[in-house]
Design a protein. Sequence first.
Length: 74
Amino acid sequence: MSTAELIYEKSRTLPGNRQAEALRFVDFLIARGSSATEANEWRRLLRETQSLPGITDLSEADIDREVTAVRSGA
């Protein structure tokens, strides 16, 4: 019997509220896995953007000006 089949069989013996709790836990596990995937994608994007031409030429003052401009609606 596969793991999924064992989970199914055991979950059938639980009362309804416990089945709902088990389902929320499975959803949590799925979300946790996708969060890790998303975090890895952000890391990859950061690495790629850091290699773009001109990125290393940005100073803190340049960034501050950009942030100020965006916040002021310019």
